[in-house]
Design a protein around this ligand. Structure first.
Ligand code: ARG
Length: 419
């Protein structure tokens, strides 16, 4: 009788290769290896072949770059999603899509389980598991690396014993993950937050000090919050991101050093390279400054934070996400225009912006000819604006000799009182 099947998220690395055999033995299941191209720059056909050599009964590899960009990266850009104000969420955005595609493959092949190679300490296990549980609660979840608790030596021994290919090249001291939206690098010497990342941590960006001595300017055109053209050439978002990764990367733009708060309670030091994401967020925000009202901008910062927390925490398929997205799409209706960004030695600085929906009005702002702002209305406005404060000053003596001083109570009772 044929064995039951499991769909494994297969990267071609040691962990997931060993996992194929380990799942066979431990759970008596046949493995369908699933690999997708999110723009990580790997040969997914070669990975598929390796999966078959490693013992998978079936191996599927698909290019889903456009899905990833259109439904994950660009919406996150429109939402202004930077986790803790820094991380553009490349890895976090990829996980729900991979998990969703695996659930679909499980259905097509009648698999009873899904599996991934995440450890038990990170956020990625949460993103995978929550997505599986949401989209198909009947699937059993297997997480070999979380379950086997081996040291690397034990894992290599297991691989050797079962004739599993180990890459001839020395394994990087870092743990990395990458897709079109960015590259995540952790572990090794990066675990000391005081130590500057060594140059070998980076692959997409040059050392800013060694970047060209001449700045390079790029123009990015947005339509309702979506980037549609780079340097005057209309292009699809995936192509635009890929080109911008190259251009900004050669100026050392897009390096991020973050001590971040993981969902699982740990603080961890993470390095990111996200040249395109950094430039696009900068450019997009500038078009927002031009086209959103003051109130919309303020409210948007709150939405951006909620949105990025939700993505980071693996709650992509939640109702709140849909609600926030409805706001974002509506909020972006007039976020159209062009931004000029200068790239120079690690920095991306706005140098100009324009929009046909601009709320920046020269006739209101100018100190020169053509001023249409009614300055005579200012005096009355200031009186009313400051009225509550001037009233307090008059009747409650906020300043001067008669002013009351606050005595602040301690918020923590002396320790002997709690014991
Ligand atoms: N800290 C990031 C996140 O939680 C990146 C994790 C990337 N994983 C890795 N193997 N480096 O989204």
């Amino acid at each position: 009788m044929a064995r039951d099947k499991v769909v494994l998220a297969y990267s071609g690395g040691l962990d997931t290769s060993v996992a194929v055999k380990w799942i066979n033995e431990t759970y008596d299941l046949d493995v369908i290896a699933y690999t997708c191209d999110l723009g990580q720059g790997q040969d997914i056909e070669a990975i598929r072949q390796k999966a078959l050599r490693t013992g998978a009964v079936e191996a599927i590899a698909e290019d889903v770059r456009n899905l990833f960009v259109d439904f994950f990266c660009i919406p996150s850009l429109m939402a202004g999603a930077l986790y803790e104000g820094k991380y553009p969420l490349a890895t976090a955005l990829g996980r729900p899509l991979i998990a969703q595609l695996m659930v679909r493959v499980a259905k097509q092949h009648g698999a009873v389980a899904v599996a991934h190679g995440c450890t038990g300490k990170g956020n990625d296990q949460v993103r995978f598991d929550v997505t599986f549980q949401t989209l198909n609660p009947a699937l059993k979840i297997i997480a070999p690396v979380r379950e086997w608790k081996w040291t690397r030596t034990q894992e290599v021994e297991y691989a050797n014993k079962h004739g599993i290919e180990i890459e001839a090249t020395k394994k990087s001291i870092y743990s990395t993950d990458q897709n079109l939206w960015g590259r995540s690098i952790e572990a090794g010497t990066l675990e000391d937050p005081w130590i500057e990342p060594a140059s070998d941590a980076f692959q997409w960006t040059v050392d800013p000090q060694l970047a060209p001595n001449e700045p390079e300017e790029v123009t990015i055109e947005f339509e309702r919050g979506r980037p549609i053209a780079l340097n005057g050439t209309a292009m699809g978002a995936a192509e635009l991101i890929a080109s911008l990764n190259t251009i900004a990367g050669r100026h050392g733009v897009g390096r991020i050093d973050h001590v971040e708060n993981r969902l699982v309670g740990i603080k961890s030091r993470e390095i990111y390279e996200a040249p395109a994401a950094v430039v696009l967020h900068e450019a997009h925000r500038e078009i927002e400054f031009l086209t959103l009202s003051k109130e919309a901008l303020r409210f948007k910062t709150y939405v951006s934070q909620q949105y990025s927390d939700l993505i980071y925490n693996g709650l992509w398929f939640s109702a709140l996400h849909q609600d926030l997205m409805a706001f974002v799409v509506s909020n972006q209706q007039y976020v159209s225009g062009t931004a000029r960004v200068k790239l120079f030695k690690g920095h991306a600085a706005i140098s100009g912006r324009k929009s046909e929906h601009s709320l920046y009005r020269h006739e209101l702002a100018t100190y020169d000819e053509g001023d249409q702002y009614d300055s005579s209305a200012a005096q009355g406005f200031i009186k009313i604006h400051g009225l509550s404060q001037t009233t307090q000053a008059k009747f409650q003596m906020l300043t001067g000799a008669g002013a009351r001083r606050l005595e602040l109570p301690s918020i923590i009772p002396p320790s002997d009182e709690i014991r």
